[in-house]
Design a protein around this ligand. Structure first.
Ligand code: FAD
Length: 397
């Protein structure tokens, strides 16, 4: 019996996508949409990091966890990213003079997280998105948006103003999002910024040369923590043998705070008493402390993530959070997967898609932001508390 196959569904017309921000979240979303047949233009204010080098504005490496890995798998990128990453089996706690102790994340190496270079990850994602057909416009900063005329006003690196007409505007342009500011101008988004009162500074443990080879100076397969009650240092490994160390400390206030460590000399005295095992591992301590900034940490909350069917925010542009759960980017990559799937499912109903996207993702982002705040207290304090360790040993945590 010959049965005629059902005629193919007429293809739905796909709107052209304009995306601001070529960071990890923007690059993944652009890639996933291009794979589904959308035409995607990405405007990124920085020059192309693959040719201009990566300017490390914020943290040099990131913890990649299952949320982010799952998202990368949907774009076929997980294996390539993992080949650049260092496995971290748990937290290695350096409490006072006692020897460091590894608190594993799970029973074995199936439950681990990964340290990956922000720059290398971004470059890999840009390559993959470009291969899928995404058009990147580097050195183009979003300045203003006329949502009625659907016109994007850009400024290029030479200072020349340009315009781009858009159908749908997606904002993945990070915590200081220009898209968010423009949307807020048309219809307030209920924005609230809660400062943590703490800031961070990045330092480095270089590789230790041994028989002509670069070796890790401390255990490579762990996220190291030096908890000190009200503040802490952490260190994440890099594949070439170094560690990026981050000092988290109150920004202002009585000793110790960044305000009471005005220069490298005061800071070295502070480290000598508080982190005596760490200081000798950082031969460039004075130079790094003096040269590196100490940005403040905060959480961004919005009541609304979208402007009807014209624009939507995702990643840090929608929900910047403090970094203590190591989940900000991981959460943003999940956003990208969800938004790409919804847009592909209903490309002619962007207002419905954006509302549904917010309905599904905002409770998750709010919960992760809350856990990130709680985890600061856990990392800087509880992990060294004998009662906490006893509970862990009994499997109560
Ligand atoms: P971004 O990474 O900020 O990218 C936004 C992009 O938009 C940038 O390329 C920027 O140049 C571009 N842009 C900005 N403005 C414009 C404009 N006007 N026009 C055009 N382009 C523009 N997350 C984790 O998951 N794990 C971690 O371990 C982790 N550690 C962190 C440590 C620290 C100290 C900090 C501060 C954050 C950490 N995070 C971590 C959070 C993580 O960095 C962010 O969640 C993640 O970078 C968000 O990605 P994004 O693409 O949304 O934004």
């Amino acid at each position: 019996v010959c049965i005629d196959p059902a005629p193919p569904e007429p293809a739905l017309p796909l709107p052209n996508i304009t995306l601001a921000g070529g960071g990890p979240v923007g690059a993944l979303l652009a890639h996933l949409l291009a794979l589904r047949g959308f035409t995607v233009d990405v405007f990124e204010k920085r020059p192309d990091p693959r040719t201009a080098g990566y300017e490390a504005g914020r943290s040099i490496n990131l913890a990649l966890a299952e949320r982010g890995l799952h998202a990368l798998r949907t774009a076929g990128l997980a294996e390539r990213v993992l080949s650049l990453a260092v496995m971290m089996r748990g937290r290695m706690v350096h409490a006072g003079s006692a020897p460091p102790v590894l608190q594993r994340y799970g029973v074995d190496d199936r439950e681990v997280i990964w340290s990956v270079s922000r720059g290398e990850l971004n470059k890999l994602m840009l390559d993959a998105a470009e291969m899928a057909g995404v058009r990147f416009h580097f050195g183009h900063m979003v300045e203003r948006i006329d949502f009625d005329a659907r016109r994007l006003c850009l400024r290029d690196v030479a200072g020349v103003q340009r315009e781009h007409r858009f159908e749908l505007m997606l904002g993945a342009d990070g915590a200081g999002s220009a898209v968010r500011a423009a949307m807020h101008h048309v219809d307030p988004l209920g924005e609230r910024v809660e400062a943590l009162g703490h800031a961070y500074k990045e330092l480095e443990i270089p590789p230790r040369p041994e028989n002509g080879e670069a070796r890790f100076a401390i255990e490579p397969h762990a996220l190291h923590i030096w908890p000190r009650g009200g503040y802490m240092c952490i260190a994440l490994p890099n594949p070439e043998g170094s560690f990026t160390v981050t000092l988290f400390l109150p920004g202002v206030g009585p000793y110790p705070s960044f305000a009471t460590l005005p220069d490298a000399e005061h800071a070295a005295d502070f480290f000598d008493t508080q982190f005596p095992d760490l200081l000798p591992l950082m031969p460039r301590f004075a130079e790094d402390f003096q040269a590196h900034p100490a940005p403040s940490l905060y959480t961004l909350y919005l009541d609304r993530w979208h402007l009807d069917g014209r624009a939507v925010l995702l990643g840090d542009a929608a929900h910047a959070m403090v970094p203590f759960h190591g989940q900000g980017m991981n959460c943003g990559l999940e956003d990208a997967v969800e938004l790409a799937a919804l847009l592909a499912g209903s490309p002619t109903d962007p207002a419905g898609v954006f509302a549904e996207f917010q309905r599904r993702r905002k409770p998750n982002a709010d919960a992760i932001a809350a856990m990130a705040l709680e985890n600061y207290v856990e990392m800087r304090d509880s992990v060294a508390d004998p009662r906490y360790l006893a509970k862990r040993a009994l499997g109560l945590r």
